[in-house]
Design a protein around this ligand. Structure first.
Ligand code: UT7
Length: 338
């Protein structure tokens, strides 16, 4: 006899936890002194206005997928799972190896995750946290069990190396996390994601899509490079990250003081200082690595999370606040029980 829809058993909702992390930074270090040779800038200006001392730059033949795969392998080992157990791969990136296939598919091939479904998430610097929430939803409704989320970018491939307003800020790298249901933890407690396309032009790469295709004229006009209104981006970064942080804290009835460690987007030390001031928590509560990595876009919060976890900054049961901002504009925040 034909079953009615109500008779088809529904799967239970579950919470998703991060069960392992990994990260990768390319070998080559680009110091502020190196940049003094390229553009009219100084070590003192960069440190004072951004807090960045150095950043890593990927090799010419080292693509986003290569960095992503290295971070993924470290996360898989840290989680103690086999690569065959991964049934979904999400890569947050704005510097994919190819427009298509997705970088997630390239990563699948590189690590041999033959049982995974793969796609990319384009949310600029917010890509990793958007990916974590997509994974959370899929795990919660039992569509997938074991998800690899990666934030990876080779921003050096789209930076205009003649533009001192931007080229001093960015670096390359990748960070990864394995998510799975863990009955003894609340895992990802809540997430807020947001976007405002009215600010699309303050941080973008105009060329390379169907609006401004790749032509030699467009390349000569630097339209295939990242462009940013720094002051406006700074303002929007503080406003949207504060809004996102307060929304998830309020939703859980928590104060910033209940949070063991804040993992913020690593764009500028002054943005993080403004947040610490407004949240009324000491800077020591934030995990910061932008001095060594610069802004690695979608990888930033993923690398910082891996570093903080491995250095023992928090333990099982501690509450973390992850908060990001990126081009789009996009922003997101998440409260996680580790
Ligand atoms: O992940 C995405 C998010 N990205 C961000 O969050 C970036 C947000 N914005 C920022 O971090 C800051 O706005 C910057 C670091 C980009 C710039 O700092 P600022 O204090 O806002 O500087 P400004 O843009 O107001 O420029 C001040 C001066 C200008 O000179 P004039 O016009 O006053 O003569 C710039 O031309 O600093 C000059 N300047 C530089 N000088 C030396 C800009 N870049 C440089 C440089 N070296 N690299």
């Amino acid at each position: 006899m034909k079953k009615t829809l109500l008779e088809i058993p529904s799967k239970p909702r579950r919470s998703a936890s991060i069960i392992g992390t990994g990260s990768y930074l390319p070998e080559r270090i680009l110091t502020n002194a190196d940049l003094e040779v390229l553009v009219e800038t100084s070590h003192e200006w960069i440190v004072e206005r951004t807090g960045i001392l150095e950043r890593r730059i990927a090799g010419e033949k080292e693509f986003t997928s290569h960095m992503a795969a290295e971070a993924a392998k470290a996360a898989i080992e840290n989680a103690g799972i086999t690569v065959e157990e991964i049934d979904l791969i999400l890569v947050g990136t704005i510097t994919p190896d190819t427009v298509f296939p997705s970088t997630a598919c390239h990563v699948q091939r590189l690590i041999g995750a033959k049982n995974a479904t793969c796609f990319d998430v384009n949310a600029a610097c917010s890509g990793f946290l958007f990916g974590v929430e997509i994974a959370n939803q899929f795990i919660s409704n039992s569509t997938y069990d074991t998800v690899l989320v990666i934030g990876a970018d080779k921003l050096s491939s789209i930076v205009n190396w003649k533009d001192r307003n931007t080229c001093v800020l960015f670096g390359d790298g990748a960070g990864a996390a394995i998510l799975r249901s863990r009955p003894d933890s609340r895992g990802i407690i809540t997430t807020h994601m947001g976007s405002d396309g009215n600010y699309a032009d303050i941080l973008h790469m105009p060329g390379g899509g169907c609006a401004i295709p790749i032509t030699s004229e467009n390349i000569d006009s630097d339209l295939n490079t990242l462009q940013m209104n720094g002051r406006e981006t700074f303002k929007q970064a503080v406003t949207s990250m504060m809004r996102a942080a307060n929304i998830v804290l309020d939703r859980c009835g928590l104060t910033p003081q209940d949070i063991k460690c804040v993992i913020p987007h690593q764009a500028n030390i002054r943005i993080i200082e403004a947040m610490a001031d407004r949240l009324e928590v000491p800077m020591s509560q934030f995990h910061i690595n932008l001095d060594k990595c610069g802004n690695t876009s979608a990888a930033a919060v993923a690398i910082a999370l891996d570093e903080a976890a491995r250095s023992g900054r928090f333990e099982t049961g501690d509450l973390l606040l992850l908060v990001v901002f990126g081009g789009g504009l996009t922003y997101a925040s998440s409260i996680i029980e580790w």
